[in-house]
Design a protein around this ligand. Structure first.
Ligand SMILES: [Zn+2]
Ligand SMILES: [Zn+2]
Length: 254
């Protein structure tokens, strides 16, 4: 693996001084996917066939609606409706009600997840869990993750960026841990884990302290005290946990 198209965006993400460089990458991928699909890609037959089939998740319908391009959105929704109805008709034709067993009658599900389901409910579930934008993000995100491990091993400059960064959100920390088993050479593992764990512990503590000072600022005695780094402790605190930017304005068509 040589330096690739992923190297520069990844390096930029580490230079951005974000709470998590991978959140930064993910946001960029999401915006790329939305502006690609609503730019003009929806006019291309093969892409439209994929979006017709996959649809979008609720989060990305909202973000695409916010982006603009109402005509593009309507065209995509329209052919998705056509495809969806065709599929539903097939599912309805193939459906036959099953007899409920005595056992099933007694054993009531306590949550929706416990329901056994039938071919149609499973199909609906599948519909709600496929999304063109999520799929685009996933496929590219793993390449950035791979590039991270590659650069760490081959580039001292990049290693310095890693040592210098503000750590990662808990979600992407989990991803790094999952990939590290196979992507970090055994002899490099002790150093890698020692840096990564230190990054996580130090930076979670930093945010905890920012939050603590944010709370203290509500004390009238601290009214005139400096905010230090606490002004945006809440949005950064949320990002560090779940990898989202709550303060971002809607991403819109230029
Ligand atoms: Zn993250
Ligand atoms: Zn999605």
């Amino acid at each position: 693996m040589k330096d690739t198209i992923y190297t520069i965006p990844l390096t930029d993400a580490f230079h951005a001084e974000d709470e998590c460089p991978f959140c930064y990458i993910k946001r960029k991928l999401e915006q790329d996917a939305i502006s690609f699909i609503l730019g003009c890609a929806y006019m291309e037959d093969d892409i439209r066939a994929t979006t017709d089939q996959m649809g979008f998740c609720s989060e990305h319908y909202k973000k695409m609606y916010d982006y603009g391009n109402r005509l593009g959105m309507a065209l995509m929704l329209h052919t998705h409706y056509v495809a969806l109805q065709k599929e539903l008709t097939k599912k309805i034709e193939a459906f036959s009600p099953t007899k409920t067993s005595m056992f099933a009658k007694f054993k009531k599900a306590k949550t929706m997840d416990e329901l056994a389901g039938n071919p149609i409910s499973e199909w609906v579930n599948e519909q709600n869990h496929t999304c063109y934008v999520c799929d685009y993000i996933d496929k590219n995100f793993i390449r950035y993750m791979n590039t991270f491990f590659y650069l760490m091993e081959t580039s001292p400059d990049f290693m310095a960026l890693f040592k210098d960064c503000k750590g990662f959100c808990v979600t992407h920390f989990g991803d790094l841990m999952a990939l590290s088993d196979t992507l970090v050479a055994d002899k490099a593992k002790p150093e890698f884990y020692s840096i990564l764990f230190d990054k996580m512990q130090t930076n979670l503590k930093r945010i905890e302290e920012d939050l603590s000072w944010f709370i203290d600022k509500y004390d009238y005695r601290n009214k005139d005290a400096d905010w230090k780094n606490s002004k945006d402790a809440i949005p950064r605190g949320i990002q560090k946990l779940v990898g989202i930017y709550v303060q971002d304005p809607p991403f819109k068509e230029k």
